[in-house]
Design a protein around this ligand. Structure first.
Ligand SMILES: Cc1cc2nc3c(=O)[nH]c(=O)nc-3n(C[C@H](O)[C@H](O)[C@H](O)COP(=O)(O)OP(=O)(O)OC[C@H]3O[C@@H](n4cnc5c(N)ncnc54)[C@H](O)[C@@H]3O)c2cc1C
Length: 311
C-alpha cells in the first residue's frame, strides 16, 4: 500500500460525488474467498451519471478496478491501488419487456433468472446458480450447462475510463469461452437479455435440475471462486487436475476441493497468497504430468503483500 502522504494526495484528487467514497476499505468481506487486502479507495456510485461524472473528472493516472459479486476473484494481500468501484443497489434494477429483460450490472444472475422464470421467459435458467452479478457475467461470458451469456445478450451499456458511455450490440463484445474482448477499461452498467416464451413450471423444473446437479458436484457452500482454470480445448480441467494427483492438495489454509477439483477453497485461514500459490502449484504439476498448461479463469487482482504482513 502507498504511504500516508501518497494516500492523502490520492484523496485530494478525488472528484466530488453523490455516492460513497471509503478510504482504506476492507474488501475481503465482499469476496467469496474472504481474502485480500484493502482498497485504497472504494467508490459506490449513486447512479450512472454519478459514475460517469466521477470517471470524467478523475485524473487518468489513477488506476480504476471494478468489482462485481467478487465470485471469480482473488484479491491479493497488498490490496488494490487507486479507486475500486463497486456498483450497488442503484445498478440492480430489473425490468421486463415481453421476452427481453434489462438488468442493471449489479443485479445478481440468480435474481435475474428467477425474474425470468416468474415472467415465463425461458433460456436464462443457466444463470441460476452462478453467484455473480450481470456485469461480471458479461465480462466473463459466464456460462453453465451448455449455455452462456453470449447466447442471450442483445446489448450492453458500459462506461470507459474517461467517462464515455457506450451501448454495444452483443457481437461487438467478442465473446469467447469465459472471455469478452470488450476493452479492459469498460465498466458495464446494464445488459439487455433475450429469452424465449416458456411456461414458468417448465423453467422452474429446469432450474431445480441445475440446482440439484450443482449441489452434488460443487462445493457451493464453501469459500471458493468457482472454476479456477478454464477447460482446455476438448478437455476438462478437473480431469487433468485429478490425474495429476492434486485432488485435496493443501497449501497453508487453501485446498483443492475434494468435491470438485477445479475449485479451490479457503478452509478458514487461507491468505490470498496460499490460494494463488496452490493454484500455481496445480498448474505446475498438471503441466509436468500431462503437458497441458492450465489457464487461470479466476482473476487475480491487487498487489502482493509486503513481506511479513499477513493478508
Ligand atoms: C460456487 C461458485 C460457482 C460458480 N459457477 C460458475 C458457473 O457455473 N459458470 C461460470 O461462468 N462461473 C461460475 N462461477 C464464477 C463466477 O460466479 C462468474 O465468473 C461470475 O460471472 C463472476 O461475476 P462477478 O459479478 O462475481 O464478477 P467478479 O468476480 O466481481 O469479477 C470478475 C471479473 O469481471 C469484472 N467485472 C465485474 N463486474 C464488472 C462490470 N460491471 N463491468 C466490467 N467488468 C466487471 C471484474 O473486474 C473481474 O475482472 C462460480 C463461482 C462460484 C463461487
Amino acid at each position: 500500500m502507498m504511504t500516508a502522504q501518497k494516500l492523502d494526495d490520492l484523496i485530494d484528487q478525488l472528484p466530488k460525488v453523490r455516492g460513497t467514497l471509503t478510504v482504506d476499505a476492507p474488501i475481503a468481506r465482499l469476496t467469496w474467498f474472504r481474502v485480500g487486502g484493502n482498497a485504497e479507495v472504494l467508490f459506490e456510485p449513486a447512479d450512472q451519471d454519478d459514475l460517469q461524472a466521477f470517471l470524467q473528472a478523475l485524473p487518468l493516472e489513477i488506476d480504476v478496478t471494478v468489482l462485481g459479486g467478487a465470485s471469480n476473484l482473488i484479491v491479493r494481500g497488498g490490496g488494490i491501488a487507486g479507486v475500486t468501484i463497486r456498483l450497488g443497489r442503484p445498478f440492480a434494477q430489473i425490468s421486463v419487456n415481453e421476452m427481453t429483460i434489462e438488468a442493471g450490472a449489479a443485479a445478481m444472475d440468480i435474481t435475474v433468472s428467477r425474474k425470468a422464470r416468474d415472467c415465463g421467459i425461458g433460456s436464462l435458467e443457466f444463470l441460476n446458480g452462478i453467484p455473480g452479478s450481470i456485469g461480471g457475467a458479461v465480462r466473463m461470458n459466464a456460462g453453465a450447462y451448455g449455455s452462456e451469456v453470449k447466447g442471450i445478450l442483445l446489448e450492453a451499456t458500459a462506461i470507459d475510463r474517461q467517462g464515455n458511455l457506450y451501448t454495444s450490440m452483443a457481437p461487438g463484445l467478442g465473446f469467447t469461452y469465459r472471455h469478452s474482448d470488450a476493452p479492459n477499461d469498460w465498466i458495464f452498467t446494464s445488459a439487455t437479455l433475450q429469452g424465449s416464451e416458456d411456461s414458468s413450471e417448465a423453467i422452474a423444473a429446469r432450474m431445480e435440475e441445475i440446482a440439484t446437479a450443482r449441489e452434488g458436484s460443487q462445493p457451493i457452500r464453501e469459500r471458493t471462486g468457482g472454476s479456477t482454470f478454464k477447460n482446455p480445448e476438448g478437455q476438462k480441467a478437473w480431469q487433468l487436475i485429478d490425474k495429476s494427483g492434486c485432488r485435496g492438495m493443501q497449501f497453508g489454509g487453501a485446498q483443492v476441493s475434494n468435491t470438485h477439483c477445479n475449485f479451490l477453497i479457503n478452509t478458514g485461514a487461507a491468505t490470498a497468497a496460499d490460494l494463488e500459490g496452490l493454484g500455481e502449484e496445480v498448474r505446475r504439476r498438471v503441466e509436468n504430468e500431462t503437458g497441458v498448461l492450465l489457464e487461470w479463469e479466476i482473476k487475480r487482482i491487487g498487489a502482493l503483500p509486503v513481506v511479513g504482513v499477513p493478508s
